[in-house]
Ligand binder design. Structure first.
Ligand SMILES: Cc1ncc(COP(=O)(O)O)c(C=O)c1O
Length: 385
């Protein structure tokens, strides 16, 4: 049986190949573009009051997390305890899970990694506070918590400042927990293409979070962390003097969706595909919705060598195929390679075991994608390369 470790070592045999000369579909990470995106975000954040704690769900890679810390991030945000665990096991510190960690196995894993790193998780219920408190007490570690407040997304989060204070008091008094502050993620604003409307909506959301922080402070509760934000609101939430940290993450790769939302970051992640069939102006790729994230925006062919066909009111993207319209004059033929910029990078990454890391057109390394659902790497924590 081939294991994830076997696949990693098989992939490593392709180091030195041209970036277009590996079996497809494959995930290619253009390292110089990532380096420039990290520098660009550090430059943009420098004058703002909020510090950057980038969301690592976008890449699921301790190696890339390390690069973000080296570029000045105060720590990393994750979506799952498993992502936080691979970061902690790789020696990275100051981890924040911007999500509820619920269930005995996950709570125990959170308590374990709290013995390796400073770890903070979001809570929004008394049951969750009690479960994390019991897990930390059992493990003899201290889990940091922040109370999540619903600031308009209507996903997780307590629904009022009063409920936040009540939960904050409970968490402050709970053994094994360290109360650290508040989270209010304005995710509904990220999708707003109208910049003026996005600013208006984000400011309204930020005001709900800051209001809860005021009530926290008045009640004598800790407000060391007042967190929110994503790439779409980086310069709105990040400019609020009361918000201590920003959780933007998609700047690291960008993609067809984020490139239009927040220009200035280079699309650093591509999926390499092969043309497996071609007739006239129609080309078919060996890459479909099981190999590339298409949330919100379709993939784009890098260099404009074709475009994803749109017919019958939808993009022609099947599980294992994408159909392209080729320009009237095209040299592309069966066997040729094309690179696609994903519509959405975070879901694209989750399809793959490894990144093929490229510099100057050559594969220079292979890095694991960690903590994918259903993957053997969940909870195992391979070391950063
Ligand atoms: C809780 C939370 N914080 C922050 C983000 C920011 O991510 P991005 O940089 O992709 O906007 C997300 C994205 O879904 C999120 O769910």
């Amino acid at each position: 049986m081939t294991t994830v470790i076997d696949r990693l070592s098989q992939a490593r045999q392709l180091i030195g190949n041209d970036r277009t000369d590996i079996p497809t579909p494959a995930l290619i990470l253009d390292l110089p573009k990532v380096e420039r995106n990290l520098a660009e975000m550090a430059r943009r954040m420098a004058p703002l009051p909020a510090r950057l704690r980038p969301h690592a769900k976008i890449h699921k890679s301790p190696a890339l997390g390390r690069m973000q810390l080296d570029a000045g991030a105060i720590g990393l945000t994750t979506a799952t305890v498993w992502e936080a665990a691979v970061m902690a096991d790789a020696g990275l510190d100051n981890l924040l899970i911007a999500n509820q960690v619920v269930g005995p196995v996950k709570a125990a894993e959170l308590a374990r990694i709290a013995g390796l790193a400073t770890v903070t998780a979001a809570v929004d219920s008394a049951a969750s506070v009690a479960e994390l408190s019991a897990a930390a007490s059992q493990a003899g570690t201290e889990i940091g918590v922040i109370v999540e407040v619903d600031v308009g997304l209507h996903r997780s989060g307590v629904r009022s400042a009063g409920a936040a204070v009540a939960l904050g008091r409970q968490a402050t008094d709970a053994p094994g927990l360290a109360m650290r502050g508040l989270l209010g993620y304005e995710g509904h604003c990220m999708l707003e293409p109208d910049r003026a409307l996005r600013i208006e909506k984000a400011r309204a959301s930020n005001a709900i979070l800051v209001g809860a922080a005021d009530d926290f402070a008045a009640a004598g509760l800790c407000t060391d962390i007042v967190a929110g934000g994503g790439l779409g609101t980086w310069d709105i939430t990040g400019a609020n003097p009361r918000i201590t940290e920003l959780h933007a993450g998609s700047y690291i790769f960008s993609d067809a969706f984020h490139r239009n939302l927040v220009p200035g970051f280079e699309p650093a992640l591509t999926v390499l595909a092969t043309i497996i069939s071609q007739s006239g102006a129609t080309a078919v790729l060996d890459c479909g919705r099981k190999a590339i994230g298409i949330d919100r925006t379709p993939p784009e062919v890098v260099g404009g060598a074709g475009s994803v066909r749109f017919e019958h009111n939808e993009y022609f993207i099947h599980e294992e195929h994408i159909v392209l319209d080729l320009p009237s004059v095209s040299a592309l033929a069966v066997g040729d390679r094309v690179e696609l910029m994903p519509g959405y990078s975070p879901t694209t990454v989750n399809f793959y075991d490894v990144y093929f890391v490229a510099r100057d057109g050559v594969i220079i390394d292979v890095w694991p994608v960690c903590a994918r659902y259903g993957s053997a790497t969940v909870g195992v924590g391979p070391a950063a390369p």
